[in-house]
Design a protein around this ligand. Structure first.
Ligand code: CDT
Length: 355
């Protein structure tokens, strides 16, 4: 299309395993900072880290001691929604991002205290702008997988996110990121809303792991004109309780991961940066497959290991225009008069049985 290029170099900072519940936080943080340094060296302007990046995937463990659980959660509050950036477990990463002028987005366990003193734990991610020196967006995972109750069967890989977290309460709020592309159109200079489409600062949104499998979240972002979707994950490669062959289970998990991210990117005409925590942690093995996907649904860069690895691509947001102006020009083609089931009904109601 004839749109002016809006080019950024971005990276998925895949993490290899964070071995155990007792792995020192400093060790993982050091690995994250090393990836950030490497990214800056390569001219990257935005580095995206996985879900619950700073620790092992603790929801696969049974943690009954509240003090132990608290060690996996970073305090925030109504007054200080981005307090996580000042946590000693996180601040060295933020300090380095500031020195390098590189934006970062990462997942973390959030322990939020509201104004009335109520404490709620969320599986969250933030976007931190290094040029603005502040957190500019937060997302809380909406589609929590797993269960509340511990399954006591032998060799059962636990997935206890519903036990440890509350479903996100922030919805799917897209946001603009300043200082990433040159010559972005600003509000004061825009003649009209129509005229400004695809010319402003990049429109970004976040999903966390299981969310990527749900078209509803992607479409909420699509309807806000999203151009880059950031998504971190910890996805089990093999769980003995599902039976079958280890290699087949992992291949299937990777297939569904790619299918979800490629489809979401294509049908909403956006790039996506998908970032794994990969390999063998104490609870089991997780898939890799960190990727950068273009608005046509093609994987343009993908990880090759289960270790710490940067996946880098230079992307041009002008390439989002084709899908947004043709096949997925929502304003022209959506038929909302037929979509009411999507917001009125949760589970399945089959048509009546035939006689
Ligand atoms: N961390 C996380 O959300 N894991 C889920 C497991 C769901 S089982 C298909 C995931 O979607 O990868």
């Amino acid at each position: 299309m004839g749109s002016k290029p809006r080019v950024i170099t971005v990276a998925a900072a895949q993490l290899g395993p964070v071995k155990s519940l007792d792995t020192p936080r400093k060790e993982t943080l050091g690995r994250m900072i090393a990836l950030l340094d490497e990214a800056a060296e390569a001219g990257v302007r935005l580095v995206v880290y996985p879900e619950l990046a700073f620790t092992t995937f603790f929801p696969s463990h049974i943690i009954e001691d509240p003090d132990k659980l608290a060690g996996f959660l970073e305090p925030t509050s109504q007054a200080e929604p981005y307090a996580v950036i000042n946590s000693p477990n996180v601040k060295p990463l933020i300090d380095r991002a500031n020195e390098l002028g590189v934006d970062v987005s990462f997942g973390f366990g959030e322990r939020f205290t509201s104004e009335d003193g109520k404490v709620t734990d969320f599986n969250s991610a933030i976007y931190y702008s290094a040029t603005q020196k502040r957190g500019i967006a937060k997302y809380r995972k909406v589609h929590l997988p797993g269960r509340v109750d511990i399954d006591t069967r032998r060799n059962f890989i636990q997935q206890l996110e519903k036990r440890y977290f509350t479903p996100g309460d922030l919805g799917f709020q897209a946001f603009r990121v300043p200082d990433l592309v040159d010559g972005a159109l600003k509000a004061a200079d825009a003649a009209s809303e129509q005229d400004s489409e695809g010319k402003g600062d990049p429109i970004v949104g976040m999903l966390i792991c299981n969310d990527r499998r749900w078209a509803e979240g992607w479409r909420c972002y699509g309807l806000q004109g999203i151009e880059i979707l950031l998504e971190g994950y910890n996805t089990t490669a093999y769980a003995p309780q599902y039976g079958g062959d280890e290699a087949e289970q992992e291949a299937e998990a990777l297939f569904h991961h790619r299918l979800s991210c490629q489809s979401g990117s294509y049908t909403n005409a956006c790039y996506s940066i998908n970032v794994a925590k990969a390999g063998w942690e104490d609870h089991g093995k997780m898939i890799a497959g960190s990727s950068i996907i273009d608005p046509n649904g093609h994987i343009i860069a993908e990880s090759k290991s289960y270790e710490d690895e940067l996946v880098i691509a230079t992307i041009d947001l002008a390439k989002c225009r084709k899908g947004k102006e043709r096949v997925f020009a929502f304003g022209r083609h959506r038929r909302i008069e037929h979509y009411s089931l999507l917001s009125e009904q949760v589970g399945v109601k089959e048509p009546p049985l035939l006689r």
